[in-house]
Design a protein around this ligand. Structure first.
Ligand SMILES: Nc1nc2c(ncn2[C@@H]2O[C@H](COP(=O)(O)OP(=O)(O)OP(=O)(O)O)[C@@H](O)[C@H]2O)c(=O)[nH]1
Ligand SMILES: [Mg+2]
Length: 243
């Protein structure tokens, strides 16, 4: 993989009770090639990782939610001198074989964010599929564009500097499942180019999901509400960016 001082990528994996799916996933990653930060979000089941030199496990004292865990990982990566973070879920739903493609895109355009655009296998729960469509419709309104094809996919590469800037300025409010949506829209608002990359998402028949239908959807609705008003505040600059 390409690395130079302007492109030092690492991987951040937020993990909450991932069972053995995380180990299955780690097995598929090239050994010792890239630093991996696993953020154990105060899992109630002991996280047993088949250790490898390039893996760093950080356990949070208190459950912080997916967003809280990812933000913790982004800060660690930045402090360690990395320039880019590839974020990926711990439930083996994402296509590990696409990691080099995502990193190559980021290497070629280091200022841009690379956002996964899901192609599903047949097992995706209908409600999740339509929930995504609903979210992505809102995203078009919140950005006044079609620049972001999917705002919920947890497989993506951040340019770290602008992501950390948003976090340090306390601009990202969503600690849980609304995080992926909020940060991508706010990066877009900050002028970051979004590159959408297709990737297959697998819903294994006996997979684990911690997505809470009511609470997480409520949080996501609140995020959209905030983003809608945020869009109104910057409506002229967003319209100008389109032209
Ligand atoms: N739900 C949940 N996930 C967390 C938490 N902290 C970290 N995560 C991780 O966030 C990622 C996404 O969680 P999932 O439950 O798979 O959410 P999802 O992919 O949106 O939902 P599904 O489509 O049902 O799989 C996984 O890597 C989790 O381990 C938490 O407090 N709750
Ligand atoms: Mg999942």
């Amino acid at each position: 993989m390409n690395t130079d001082k302007n492109f030092r990528p690492c991987i951040v994996i937020p993990a909450y009770n991932p069972q053995n799916l995380l180990n299955i996933m780690l097995e598929k990653l090239p050994k010792n090639k890239i630093t991996i930060f696993i953020i154990d979000d105060a899992s109630t089941e002991e996280l047993k990782i088949n250790n490898s030199e390039n893996i760093q496990i950080h356990r949070l004292a208190k459950n912080s939610g997916k967003g809280g865990a990812v933000m913790h990982g982004l800060k660690l990566a930045f402090a360690a001198g990395f320039t880019h973070v590839l974020q990926i879920d711990a439930d083996n739903q994402h296509s590990i074989e696409d990691i080099p493609v995502f990193l190559e895109l980021a290497f070629n355009k280091p200022q841009a964010m690379i956002a996964g655009f899901p192609v599903y296998n047949n097992n995706v729960p209908t409600i999740r599929k339509y929930g995504r469509k609903f979210t992505n419709l809102w995203i078009n309104i919140e950005t006044l564009s079609f620049a972001i094809k999917d705002a919920m996919c947890g497989f993506r590469v951040y340019p770290l500097e602008p992501a950390i800037k948003l976090i340090e300025q306390n601009k990202i409010k969503s600690q849980r499942m609304g995080f992926d949506i909020e940060i991508i829209v706010k990066l877009y608002w900050a002028g970051i180019e979004i590159i959408n990359q297709k990737t297959t998402i697998n819903y294994p028949e006996n997979g684990v999901s911690h997505f809470r239908m009511f609470k997480d959807n409520l949080e996501i609705s609140k995020v959209h509400c905030r983003l809608f008003f945020g869009m109104l505040k910057r409506i002229f600059s967003l319209l100008k960016r389109r032209s």
